[in-house]
Ligand binder design. Structure first.
Ligand SMILES: Cc1cc2nc3c(=O)[nH]c(=O)nc-3n(C[C@H](O)[C@H](O)[C@H](O)COP(=O)(O)OP(=O)(O)OC[C@H]3O[C@@H](n4cnc5c(N)ncnc54)[C@H](O)[C@@H]3O)c2cc1C
Length: 528
């Protein structure tokens, strides 16, 4: 699997950082820390050039300029990677260069389960080898979490545990580890829900097809969204159409000329998901004769396409000293792959400098090591207990039953009861192999994320971000009370607590967004 392109490149001459920050602020109903978004806006182009030096190919026009496409509501930021299927190989080749190899030790099969802290700061990590089963501890004063989205939260319509929109190895490990380490998480009530191909766990890529003339239609053949780019608003429109007599919905391509369809097949069937062509062929479908039936994904937590995650500042720092987060699990809205690279770069630099200045972490606290050990190996003591797939299926069915928007307090509370009950069932789960232990640990992460998602959704008593946080019992957006971040963390007694953070002053004014906390010039003058 590869990547079609980067979704959010601010290329000089094509867009400005100000345009991009404005667009993302609007797409998130104003509740953003603009300084984080500004990092991706200003550093993304350097990253594109760096990737190019590594061998990644970006689409250029006949004049040799980057061929960015307009897909967002305003501005052109989508830069195709015609040979994006190779991106992982290209990056791996860089990692294997001698200068890197000599300084970086890659441990492929060690799965961390807990960040160990001491005195409120990072002291190390505990995990285990998912092949040998060996317990592993690491003493370090700095950790970067980059475990991607919490993508295995809702159950896909197919019912397959791993048929998720997101990479199914992403079970919310980092979200859970950050939480237990004491870090704040933010916007967890702002779910990720994406449009995808019905019965196929991948995006229909309307935004890829858009510049070629493809678009989403209902069963009557009418367009029902004015912009095919992802947003909670667009997803609300998709859900409304699916639930109406005008469903199902389709990605309309059959009207396009043969040559254009050929170009699209070349991108959609080779770059991102080679299985996509096989899937359509298996049904006897061809874009020339059949439009692509679309559906709606399960819920997840992801900043890449949405806005939730571990709270970070513009230096990728969490609220725990020495703990950094980057990519889809760090709360930088709509950050996508380029933002993951940018924040990975920032986190690496910051963590290295923090570690260089930190005193030796000393011995790791024994109680935390024992708890991590128990978390990892408990299923071995109960080998005949219910296996992970059964327990996980049940847990994620509850996520669907009670958390899927539109949300209501009654459903969310029923969800919480179920997630509390699942603690006992998870404790009784059985495993026999290191691989099963890995999957069992993931179920604990999924449960943690489900609880966070339910509690955060209950806390924000308004609707915001379209379908992502649509409360049927509080259907209106309430800027007067909720123009703020909702953050959660573990308290000293081990309970989940909530706090709010004001939206930091904008560094770039956004026309059309009137902050309820903005003072009039007269008030500002009076307060001086
Ligand atoms: C279907 C799809 C299509 C997309 N298309 C595009 C696109 O065209 N353009 C674009 O810019 N963005 C796209 N994105 C978004 C982009 O893929 C993400 O923003 C990006 O991959 C985030 O990088 P990451 O490193 O945070 O997470 P990931 O790339 O998901 O990597 C996280 C890694 O952590 C590993 N991991 C998880 N838990 C543990 C653990 N406990 N121990 C060890 N390892 C662990 C996982 O195995 C995984 O390899 C797409 C995403 C999806 C799902």
């Amino acid at each position: 699997m590869g990547m079609d392109g980067v979704n959010n490149a601010v290329i000089p001459g094509k867009a400005t950082p100000e345009d991009y920050v404005t667009e993302i602020t609007r797409a998130n109903d104003g509740v953003v820390n603009q300084r984080t978004i500004h990092q991706t806006a200003t550093r993304g182009f350097d990253m594109v050039q760096r990737l190019e030096r590594y061998g990644v190919k970006f689409e250029k026009d006949s004049a040799g300029e980057y061929n960015v496409r307009r897909v967002h509501r305003s501005g052109s930021y989508v830069l195709p990677m015609p040979e994006g299927k190779d991106i992982k190989k290209v990056l791996y080749r860089v990692l294997r260069q001698r200068s890197m190899r000599e300084r970086i030790q890659v441990e492929n099969r060690v799965m961390p389960v807990r960040v160990i802290t001491d005195g409120g700061r990072v002291a190390g990590l505990a995990g285990f080898n998912s092949r040998t089963g060996a317990f592993v501890t690491v003493r370090t004063s700095a950790v970067i979490l980059a475990t991607g989205a919490a993508g295995r939260l809702g159950l896909p319509a197919s019912g397959y545990l791993y048929g998720t929109y997101e990479n199914p190895t992403n079970a919310g490990d980092g979200h859970s580890m950050a939480y237990h380490a004491g870090a704040e998480l933010s916007g967890i009530e702002c779910f990720q829900i994406n449009p995808l191909i019905k019965d196929y766990n991948g995006p229909a890529c309307a935004y890829v097809a858009n510049p070629f003339g493809g678009y989403q239609v209902n069963a009557e053949g009418n367009r029902f969204v004015d912009c095919d780019y992802w947003s909670g608003q667009m997803m609300a429109e998709v859900k409304r159409e699916l639930d109406s007599a005008r469903g199902p919905i389709y990605l309309k391509l059959s009207h396009l000329p043969d040559a254009t369809i050929g170009q699209l097949e070349n991108i959609l069937h080779t770059t991102e998901r080679p299985t996509r062509g096989t899937f359509h062929a298996g049904r006897g479908h061809d874009y020339r004769t059949h439009d692509v039936e679309m559906h709606i994904s399960e819920v997840g937590l992801c900043s890449g396409h949405s806005a939730s995650g571990v709270w970070v500042d513009e230096h990728a720092a969490t609220t725990v000293a020495g703990l950094y987060a980057a990519g889809d699990m760090a709360c930088v809205p709509h950050n996508y792959m380029l933002g993951a690279f940018v924040f990975g770069d920032i986190a690496g630099t910051q963590a290295a400098s923090f570690a260089a200045g930190a005193s030796d972490a000393g011995t790791l606290p024994e109680d935390q090591i024992l708890a991590a050990h128990e978390l990892a190996y408990r299923p071995l003591s109960n080998p005949d207990g219910p296996p992970q797939p059964q327990v996980e299926y049940k847990l994620r069915r509850f996520v669907n039953d009670y958390l899927q928007p539109p949300k209501t307090a009654r459903y969310l509370e029923r969800g919480l009861e179920s997630f509390e009950r699942m603690r006992t069932e998870i404790a009784g789960m059985g495993a026999r192999t290191p691989h099963e232990l890995m999957r069992s640990a993931e179920v604990t992460f999924i449960r943690d994320c489900a609880e966070m998602a339910a509690r955060a959704s209950l806390y924000r008593t308004e609707s915001r971000w379209g379908l992502y946080h649509q409360r049927a019992d509080f259907p209106e957006r309430d800027d007067a009370n909720w123009f703020k971040h909702v953050n959660l963390r573990i308290d000293a007694g081990g309970e989940m607590e909530f706090l709010t953070r004001p939206v930091a002053p904008y560094i770039i004014d956004v026309p059309g967004i009137v902050r309820p906390d903005a003072r009039t010039p007269a008030e500002a003058g009076a307060g001086r």
